[in-house]
Design a protein around this ligand. Structure first.
Ligand SMILES: [Ca+2]
Length: 164
């Protein structure tokens, strides 16, 4: 009886510390991102250079009251590329965009728009779901802003867009 109670106490204290840690890191991140939200929005886009995995990118845009970018037309895609070229030229890093195929394998969707991909700019041979681990859409470095399906847990910069 005594040991059971002791064990329960240890577990609840551990859970408390884990929750407290999560909370403090979440609010620290939130403050930083929120503070940055008011500036650096050009033509409706915001380039977040703090790297995150796809889910952190999605949340990072939500915290700013923005969306992880939806590239559902050629016009909008070209507009974003023009903005990115001002910063990176043709030598851009990997960049998350707002699509994945998590709901139905191999059917990519723009998540905030809840629309399937119709216009696409996949690099040749993509999406290939390499090693069965690639379910999130990104602008692929060394491929001139063409898209790749990448491992959603990879960390990279991302682009948010203003909500309409
Ligand atoms: Ca791929």
């Amino acid at each position: 009886m005594y040991w059971t109670q002791y064990f329960e106490n240890v577990v609840s204290i551990a859970v408390f510390f884990i929750l407290a840690l999560q909370q403090s890191s979440a609010s620290a991140t939130g403050t930083g991102i929120a503070a940055a939200a008011a500036t650096n929005v050009t033509n409706g886009f915001y380039i977040e250079t703090t790297k995150g995995n796809w889910f952190q990118a999605f949340n990072g845009c939500s915290i700013k009251r923005m969306n992880l970018v939806v590239l559902d037309t050629k016009d909008k895609t070209d507009k974003l590329i023009r903005e990115l070229k001002k910063v990176y030229g043709n030598d851009h890093p990997n960049i998350w965009i707002g699509g994945n195929d998590k709901a139905k394998n191999r059917e990519f969707m723009w998540i905030t728009a809840n629309k399937p991909f119709t216009y696409t700019k996949w690099a040749p041979g993509q999406p290939d779901n390499k090693r069965g681990k690639e379910h999130c859409a990104m602008l692929w470095e060394n491929h001139n802003y063409q898209w790749n399906d990448g491992d959603c847990l990879s960390k990279m910069i991302y682009v948010c867009e203003e909500r309409k």
